[in-house]
Each structure stands twice: as C-alpha cells, then as structure tokens.
Design a protein around this ligand. Structure first.
Ligand SMILES: [Zn+2]
Length: 260
C-alpha cells in the first residue's frame, strides 16, 4: 500500500503516530531548507525547528485542517506559510512597502518582476536563474535594472533593501489577495507545462499587474524546488524529533533490522 501526503494529513488530524512519523521523515528536510533561507541565524541551533514542529503538532494547527485531495505541493505551500509565519521579523522597521515596490517596478515585464521579487525571498541572481530557467547574466542584469528603478522611488536606498524587507513585503503581498487572483493549481499547471497558451495569456494579463499573484507564483516555484530531490530523514535522524513531539518510534520487525 502506498502511503501518501493525503493519508498523512488524515492521520495527523486524527493524531495517529504513523501520520506524524511520515510528516517528520518527509517534511523536516523542507522546513530545514526554509529556515536556512529565511532565518539563517536560527538554523544552526535547531531551536527554531523544534519550536515550529511543536506548534505544527498542536491540535488547532491550520496546516492539517484541509483534507482536499491535496497534491503534495499544496501541502508544502501551506507548510511554507506556516513556517515563515512563525519566524520573527528581521527588519525592525519597514523601509519600503509593497505599493512603492509596485510603482517602481511597473515598467518591468512579468518575468522581470518575478526575477526582482525573488530577491525579497533571499534568492541570489544565480539561484533565481536556476528557478526561472534563464541565464545567470540575464538575472543579474534584471536585478540591476530593478534596483535602479527602486532607487528612483525611495530616499534612503541601499542595495540589500528588497532582501532586508522581504519578510514584511511577503506578508503584505500574501494578504493582498483579490477576487481575480489565481488558484495555486493554475500556477502549478504553468510550472508543469500543462497550461494552454490561451490560459497562459489570460493569466499573464492579470498576474503582471498583481503582486499577490507574482508572490504566489514565486512561492509555488519555491515549493517545486523544495521537493526536488528531497531525501526523507533516516530512522535515527527522525528519532529526536519524534521524541520532541511525543510520538513513539516505529517498532520494526527483527528481520527488517537485519536488512537495514
Ligand atoms: Zn492576483
């Protein structure tokens, strides 16, 4: 029998140990990657990871409330938002708001806007080039162009302004969902090459004007990347986390121990 993300959500909601074991083994690696990117200082000690896991385990954790026949990527998109929502804001004061970013970057094309936005998500031009399948030099050039446009709109500009204010900008964009905004599935269809050209054109007309959707698309790009080549934790690696969450480790039959 194949145990999927769907069964995991069902079992975690019912607080069954197998659900939590699967969650720890398969999604702690994704949470670690998110922490390394969005909270680089906290990743080393593991305290942030523990705090997040304990919060997700609580019965009212919204992450496990939706039991749509959810493909794994929808679950991980929710996981990403839960993890980032529990990180403390890095910037003490917000130096630039979404309206200013939107006004500054208005002349850019959609791909250029996505390239610029991934800077708020702490992606270097090189990493961005991989995510958006473009040449690194192209990504760098777009970042330069975007930086100049932002510079023209603010008083105290510095090169790391978008990245430094990324958490706050991301929260603002995520909250700015409108009636016309697209569902995650549409972005995933585009990323998988399943969307029709016509569907894609309509999408672009909205998305290029909408920073909620630009952010949402970039988040889905990140989710796809998080799952690419992800290795589940081995039994020993998972053990401390299961202990933390009060989940009994799986009793493996003797013959299985011999095999590995
Ligand atoms: Zn939108």
């Amino acid at each position: 029998m194949i145990y999927t993300c769907y069964e995991m959500i069902r079992d975690c909601r019912a607080d069954r140990a197998e659900g939590w074991r699967y969650f720890v083994a398969n999604y702690v690696p994704a949470i670690r990657k998110l922490l390394a990117r969005y909270s680089p200082g906290s990743a080393a000690g593991g305290a942030a990871l523990e705090r997040i896991l304990v919060a997700l385990r609580k019965p009212d954790s919204p992450l496990f409330q939706h039991l749509d026949p959810a493909p794994e990527r929808w679950f991980v998109a929710g996981l990403r938002q839960s993890v980032l929502g529990q990180l403390e804001s890095t910037a003490a004061v917000m130096e630039i708001d979404l309206a200013t970013v939107a006004a500054a970057l208005e002349p850019l094309t959609l791909v250029e806007k996505q390239t610029a936005w991934l800077e708020t998500m702490a992606y270097t031009p090189q990493e961005t080039a991989v995510l958006l399948r473009m040449a690194p030099a192209t990504a760098e050039k777009i970042r330069e162009k975007a930086a100049e446009l932002v510079r023209g709109k603010v008083d105290a500009w510095r090169r790391t302004m978008l990245a430094d204010n990324g958490a706050a900008l991301g929260r603002e964009a995520a909250a700015a969902r409108g009636a016309e905004c697209l569902a995650a599935k549409i972005f995933l269809d585009v990323l998988d090459g399943r969307a029709t050209w016509r569907g894609r054109e309509e999408m672009e007309q909205h998305v290029t004007r909408c920073w909620h959707c630009i952010d949402h698309f970039c988040r889905m790009v990140e989710v796809v990347e998080l799952l690419r080549g992800a290795q589940p934790l081995g039994g020993q690696e998972a053990e401390p986390f299961l202990k933390l969450l009060g989940i009994p480790a799986e009793k493996r039959p003797v013959w299985k121990r011999w095999v590995g």
